[in-house]
Design a protein around this ligand. Structure first.
Ligand SMILES: *Cc1c(COP(=O)(O)O)cnc(C)c1O
Length: 362
């Protein structure tokens, strides 16, 4: 699969050799260059590299002064790290239910949950599809809230033509190996157009130091290292092509799955970058078993709504019936740039051959 260096293996080995030869491993020229290149690719003025996507979210919130006593409205359907990052900043996640078609924050639900304690909205551009940012930005303006975007699954995605991560005051990205832009280890980054915020983030990721050994504020230690930055630079150059291929595969699935016994969530924005290709079925376990029987592995993103995770016990939450339902029905068909058209057709054919009646009778 694409996780192991493929066509880019030579470039990646050369990048690693370059870092070893230089002997500079933390906060060096590869990171500076990657930050410039990633900011440019993302349509933002600044990018700040950190250790993980989770740290990117938590640090962005902290840099904005969001912490204990503050509520941050976010989505119940996401990687749990979205909410854990809010908790790392000391704030409280508040879960607004999702839209059944878009599978991202439902703006009406967000609006209903704003309280005097609400400080921020953290929309998640889940599966590569931007959340409804026009409506969410209007709510934020009306209540004077900041928006931090969780763009961990949405590198190069656009919301009604605007690059994700630049609509709110900051956007957080993960470069975990399976993401659309992935390192060969953990890595993350924050984009922003705010120069003062970028400066603060650079200090906070490095122990709050202004100069070496002079710690001005309570920072943490979360830096994107030179080796990963060098690897990410090589892969960033390939990302537009990979993104085109993801969109091609998604379009092929969409036409091949017409009439198939699964629900294919609609594309609500052509700026979707198809990190994943989720489909839904009330017979999920049987469909997955049928596909496995045909040599096709599928994964569930995500089986448990975040507010139902034991890690969030004690945080009072409204019920999110749509997220509950989606978590019980959703699974992801294979989608990565190296997937061939024949493989896509084979997956779609296998889905068409599923019959709930046969599965029940097995
Ligand atoms: C991957 C991911 C994260 C966490 O990123 P890490 O780099 O693994 O810490 C957060 N939110 C979403 C939506 C993700 O997909």
């Amino acid at each position: 699969m694409h996780l192991t260096p493929g066509a880019d293996a030579g470039a990646i080995r050369a990048a690693i050799d370059r870092v070893i030869a230089r002997g500079w491993f933390i906060l060096g020229p590869e990171l500076t260059a990657f930050e410039t290149e990633f900011a440019q690719a993302s349509g933002a003025a600044y990018a700040v590299g950190v250790g993980t996507g989770t740290d990117a979210i938590a640090l962005a919130l902290r840099a904005l002064g969001i912490g204990p006593g503050d509520e941050v409205i976010t989505a119940p359907l996401s990687a749990a790290y979205s909410a854990l990052a809010i908790m790392m900043a000391g704030a409280t996640p508040v879960f607004a239910d999702i839209d059944i078609n878009r599978l991202t924050l439902d703006p009406a639900q967000v609006d209903a949950l704003v309280t005097p304690r609400t400080a921020a909205i953290l929309p998640v551009h889940l599966y590569g599809q931007p959340a409804d940012m026009t409506a969410i930005a209007a709510i934020a303006r009306r209540h004077n809230l900041v928006i931090v975007e969780d763009a961990s699954q949405a590198h190069l995605a656009k919301s009604e033509g605007r690059p994700v991560g630049t609509i709110g005051v900051a956007g957080a990205f993960s470069f975990y190996p399976t993401k659309n832009l992935g390192a060969l280890g953990d890595a993350g980054g924050i984009v922003t157009d705010d120069a003062a915020l970028a400066d603060k983030l650079r200090r906070l990721r490095n122990g709050g130091q202004k100069d070496r050994y002079h710690h001005l504020e309570f920072g943490v230690n979360t830096r994107l290292d030179e080796m990963q930055a060098a690897i990410l630079r090589e892969r960033l150059a390939l990302l537009p092509g990979w993104t085109d291929r993801r969109r091609e595969i998604a379009a092929r699935y969409r036409s091949a799955l017409v009439g198939a016994p699964v629900i294919v969530p609609p594309e609500k924005d052509p700026g979707h970058v198809y990190h994943l290709f989720p489909v839904r079925s009330a017979h999920r376990d049987q469909v997955q078993a049928h596909l496995r029987h045909n040599g096709i592995e599928t994964l569930i993103h995500y089986p448990v709504p975040i507010p139902r995770q034991p890690a969030l016990d004690g945080i009072p939450t409204a019920t999110c019936p749509v997220a509950d339902r989606v978590c019980s029905e959703v699974f992801s068909l294979p989608l990565y740039p190296a997937l061939t058209n024949d493989e896509v057709d084979r997956v779609a054919d296998a889905v068409h051959r599923f019959s709930a009646a046969d599965a029940d009778g097995r």
